[in-house]
Design a protein around this ligand. Structure first.
Ligand code: NAG
Length: 72
């Protein structure tokens, strides 16, 4: 039960992070403005914010890590 919940959460965060990464790269993002239900839209935006946060944190972490370098 908890294992499954953990996997579901991990997958959801990963997908959110990938979407945030694509947004950084191409400016493309899910068309949340087309969601008519205001509550749903709010939650989808919150979900996408998690991905942004994950990407930001990863960038800070990698920036401070010796295992990553900027391509010249
Ligand atoms: C990466 O680290 C350097 C030095 O600590 C800092 O000046 C720079 O703003 C950081 N860049 C990012 C994208 O966090």
């Amino acid at each position: 039960m908890w294992g499954r919940l953990f996997h579901f959460t991990a997958d959801a965060v990963l997908i959110s992070a990938v979407l945030a990464g694509i947004k950084r790269n191409s400016g493309l993002q899910p068309a949340t403005s087309q969601i008519e239900n205001e509550d749903v839209r709010k939650y989808v935006n919150k979900y996408l914010d998690i991905g942004e946060w994950v990407v930001d944190s990863s960038v800070v972490f990698m920036n401070n890590s010796a295992y990553f370098e900027r391509k010249k």
